[in-house]
Design a protein. Structure first.
Length: 202
């Protein structure tokens, strides 16, 4: 009876599956045989969770977007793909690098396109919130486009939707229009600062 409970045909099918599935199944099976079912289930869940996080991390990308030629140089855009969570927030480093704010040739408007983003957790949301705050302190603008479902709910939970206001755009076309408006507002602001303080740097 115990032999028949082994479901041996599943082992024959193993070559059809991914390495992570094979590792999880084999680890759970041998732990059940050597120890007991409780240990096997606990370890199996832990192994499956680790493989899931690894898989989600490999699927998550933050990529620069090539904008149309008529878009001003001071506008920069990034496409977010996958799931931004504690295991993949390092992918945000290029987009949220402090040099994006302080370098002489830094953009004045940055767009985050969420159209391929399926999930956003607290750690990633906090990084984006801090980045937005630093941009605003330097009189620059963050625009988030195409935020829907879970990412949008997370932005609302962090009250970033209120902070962004009109700069929470429904699509990239709207985001680019807002970027042009923001650049004009920034230009006017800097001209006023220069007039009030002739020694101020542009």
């Amino acid at each position: 009876m115990a032999f028949n409970m082994g479901n041996w045909y599943e082992f024959i099918r193993l070559r059809q599956f991914t390495m992570s599935y094979k590792a999880t199944l084999l680890a759970t099976f041998f732990l059940t045989v050597i120890f007991d079912l409780t240990v096997a289930v606990e370890v199996g869940l832990a192994v499956a969770s680790l493989f899931f996080m690894y898989r989600m991390n490999t699927l998550t990308r933050v990529l620069p977007i090539t904008l149309p030629p008529d878009v001003p140089e001071k506008v920069q855009a990034w496409l977010m793909e996958g799931a931004l969570f504690f295991g993949s927030i390092s992918k945000l480093e290029a987009a949220t690098d402090p040099k994006v704010i302080t370098s002489p040739d830094a953009p004045d408007v940055i767009i985050f396109d969420f159209r391929e983003l399926i999930s956003l957790d607290n750690s990633a949301g906090d990084i984006i919130e801090g980045f937005q705050r630093n941009l605003a302190a330097n009189h620059k603008v963050l625009i988030i486009a195409n935020a829907t479902d879970h990412p949008l709910q997370q932005l609302k939970r962090l009250r970033l939707d209120t902070v962004l206001g009109k700069y929470l755009a429904p699509d990239m076309e709207s985001a680019l229009l807002l970027a042009r408006e923001a650049l004009e507002e920034i230009r006017v602001f800097r001209e006023k600062v220069a007039q009030n303080n002739p020694t101020a740097k542009h």
